[in-house]
Ligand binder design. Structure first.
Ligand code: ADP
Ligand code: ZN
Ligand code: ZN
Length: 732
């Protein structure tokens, strides 16, 4: 008897056994390869499962085993290394294997539909056909003509051969003589070419040299280069070398970093097929890009987080741009870090990988210091513009108009008058973060979250930025009926109103997720701004990534204080990264540029560090603090979270879990909590967490396994959900 052991997308952390489909011969069963899809009955439904192995026996009683309904693939659609990566990720992140397999496939394949081979059907010469001497050519004129055409073009579409008057009978007889064979034509040339790159400066040349010297096998490189130092130029030259070896390059970019500007740079450099994968694609587009990567038709694959699980025919190079970016970590469901998975994937494929950033994560700096990553630094800008000068602007006792001090207003005016552009950063969208009654003190709060509602004046609504709830903006206080309602605090809409009134003669562009929808809108704006006319850009984090605004010479952070006080242990690292990236928008071209940080705390150590030390030095000092505190990347964290409509039950669940696990924890590991999450109630659910700290990865893994094994059998009443997060990005 043979049993098929399958991974099936389900929250259960186990595999599932089935009998082979009825009527399948034993020889066929024995030849099945791991990774093929099968349709199987699952409860009352039918699902797509993925073959793990063919076994001789099952722990399940033979009579209880059901046969699979159909085999969906002759051979696995993804390479064995990618399956190996899934197994690693499921183990490391303690996530159900079936769900990890599910992330490999685009929707139509997950739904069990057949693969659509890429391209159009055509014909090519066989090895025998290619080697045929002239005198041995078929005597039939049509057959000789067909062979002649295939010698000229390598692959010719069936339709085109028909146009030349070659019938399918002619092709069939050539196929019977084993001179030609059917093939798929991808519609793209298999040959890729790169236009010549820029002449590299010394630092760039050294970085490239170090990468190349490491050879074609696995090695991981951290490229730490200030904004505008020419990291992207290095990526392009590495990709060119990869294409020359006829291998594929996979490039990961942060979610909002994949701009048409970025893509255009790749398209200008390479005459190659580029598959692009991001969250804005339709299912059909995503499938096409996936097939192009899988079949090898695309030589370059660029994508956001989940693109790291794209199958590749001939992988040769991995690049993770802005490797510190938080969008690489999936924050729900399968909570993986695409950067870390990328490093593992490169290792499995035995390929080199490059992590690049102006502000590398402490994790990567730590790995570089420990010798696991090779480290290259670019300390100067590649183009003529120098690094911008950063100054704190003490706003204590100064009058503020929509958050701007007079000094800042004057600086903005001066910049505009000089014909240059201004970028103002305010990381809070809407008009004001709070609506308050002046007479009784009532505050508009979300019914489902422990949070205040944000005033959105343009649409006359109150919105919760945590659960998306939305209500009509009050005219009267619901408590005392007063009409004296105050919009307290600052948001981008409010500052925009002020700027439009104050700088009437210049355009003001607000850039946040309320005003800009989709990549096209952002591109249209970038095109407009990059015509170079003086203007003001006002926006949130959306402005800080992937875009180059060469005519911007003044950057100001309207409320630097908002970044100073974070409960999370990564707060300071994030602030330094964000401010450095914002500052990096200034003076990208010939203009030198200056950066102003408005603050009430000009002496705050984090701010002082920002002004007087480079990110590189700040990061190293933060890393020493983390090491002293045993926090990541020196220590390791795992977070077990619950959410539940019942306030007490989640905490009880974690308390029980803690009691069961505590006696068996590995040495050095400890549990903190259960504690309510900082925003305890969100979207109507009460959230609670148990934090595990461990001195090294091995004990963190052992303890995570212990937590999951003990959590699984616990009853989950009252609509409780629990999840595990290995290497969480946010702890508070
Ligand atoms: P980064 O990715 O580090 O922000 P880029 O690769 O985008 O830097 O380079 C910044 C600017 O400098 C771009 O306009 C780029 O064309 C230019 N540049 C990069 N390398 C060189 C070089 N070696 N010589 C001249 N200009 C360069
Ligand atoms: Zn009131
Ligand atoms: Zn809410």
């Amino acid at each position: 008897m043979s049993v098929l052991r399958l991974a099936i997308p389900s929250p259960l952390r186990r595999t599932f056994d089935y009998l082979p489909p009825e009527g399948m011969s034993q020889a066929r069963v024995d030849s099945l390869q791991p990774g093929v899809r099968l349709r199987v009955p699952f409860g009352s439904r039918e699902l797509t499962g993925y073959l793990l192995e063919v076994c001789a026996e099952s722990a399940v009683e033979a009579a209880a085993l059901k046969p699979a309904l159909a085999l969906l693939d002759e051979t696995p659609l993804v390479e064995p290394q990618l399956l190996q990566l899934c197994h690693w990720a499921a183990r490391y992140y303690h996530h159900p294997l079936g769900e990890v397999y599910g992330t490999l496939f685009p929707k139509r394949l997950r739904e069990g539909k057949p693969q659509q081979p890429p391209g159009t059907p055509g014909w090519q010469l066989t090895a025998r056909g290619k080697g045929l001497p002239e005198e041995a050519l078929p005597r039939s004129a049509r057959q000789a003509q067909a062979v002649g055409l295939l010698r000229q073009q390598a692959r010719v579409a069936g339709a085109e051969l028909k146009n030349h008057g070659i019938s399918s009978a002619v092709l069939r007889s050539l196929q019977e003589k084993r001179l030609i064979e059917p093939c798929m034509i991808s519609g793209h040339s298999l040959f890729a070419e790169a236009r010549p790159g820029l002449a590299l400066n010394d630092e760039q040349a050294a970085a490239l040299q170090s990468f190349t010297a490491a050879g074609a096998g696995f090695s991981c490189h951290l490229l730490e280069g200030v904004t505008g130092s020419g990291k992207t130029e290095i990526y392009l030259q590495l990709i060119a070398a990869c294409l020359q070896r006829e291998q594929q390059a996979l490039v990961l970019v942060p979610e909002i970093g994949l701009t048409p500007q970025t893509l255009a740079r790749f398209e200008q450099r390479f005459a190659a097929t580029i598959a692009v994968l991001h969250s804005g694609l339709t299912d059909a587009e995503r499938y096409r890009a996936w097939e192009d990567a899988r079949s090898g038709a695309a030589q370059i694959v660029i994508g956001t987080r989940s693109a790291i699980f794209t199958p590749l025919a001939r992988p040769g190079l991995f690049i993770v741009d802005e490797e510190h970016d938080g969008s690489y970590k999936q924050q729900d469901g399968f909570r993986y870090s695409a950067r870390d998975v990328a490093v593992k994937r490169a290792q499995i494929h035995d390929c080199p990988i490059l992590l690049g950033s102006a502000t590398p994560s402490l994790e990567s700096i730590h790995n570089a210091q420990a010798g696991r990553y090779r480290h290259q630094q670019l300390t100067r800008r590649a183009s003529s513009g120098g690094m911008p000068e950063i100054r704190a602007l003490d706003v204590r006792k100064q009058a503020l108009q929509a958050g701007l001090s007079d000094t800042l207003v004057a600086a903005v005016e001066q910049t505009l008058q000089q014909g240059q552009q201004v970028l103002l950063f305010l990381n809070r969208r809407g008009y004001a973060p709070t609506l308050q009654c002046h007479d009784c003190g009532w505050i508009a709060e979300c019914r489902a979250c422990d949070a205040r509602l944000t005033v959105h004046r343009r649409r006359r609504r109150l919105r919760c930025h945590h659960c998306g709830a939305s209500a009509v903006l009050h005219r009267q206080c619901p408590q005392c009926h007063s009409e004296r309602l105050l919009a307290a605090g600052l948001g981008t809409e409010q500052t925009e109103d002020f700027l439009r009134a104050r700088f009437e003669q210049w355009p003001v562009h607000r850039v946040d997720s309320d005003s800009i929808h989709g990549r096209d809108a952002m591109q249209a704006l970038a095109d407009e701004v990059n015509r170079g006319e003086p203007c003001i850009l006002l926006g949130t984090q959306m402005l800080t990534k992937g875009h180059h605004f060469p005519a911007v010479s003044l950057v100001a952070v309207i409320d630097a204080d908002a970044l100073l006080f974070s409960a999370d242990f990564r707060g300071e690292e994030r602030m330094a990264q964000l401010l450095t990236q914002v500052a990096g928008r200034a003076g990208r071209a010939e203009l030198a540029g200056s950066v102003l940080l408005q603050t009430h705390y000009p002496d705050h150590p984090a701010l002082v560090a920002m002004l007087h030390t480079s990110y590189a030095d700040q990061a190293r000092s933060l890393l020493r603090q983390r090491q002293a505190a045993g926090l990541p990347p020196a220590g390791h964290l795992v977070l077990l979270r619950t959410d539940c409509p019942n306030a007490e039950y989640g905490e009880q669940f974690l308390q029980t879990l803690r009691q069961r696990c505590a006696p068996h924890l590995p040495a050095g590991a400890s549990l903190i909590g259960p504690l309510p999450s900082p925003m305890q109630r969100r979207a109507g659910k009460y959230r609670c967490q148990l934090l595990l700290t461990a001195p090294d990865r091995r004990s963190a893994q052992a303890a995570a396994g212990l937590l999951v094994a003990n959590a699984e059998p616990l009853p989950t009443r009252q609509g409780l959900n629990w999840s595990i997060d290995v290497d969480p990005l946010e702890v508070f």
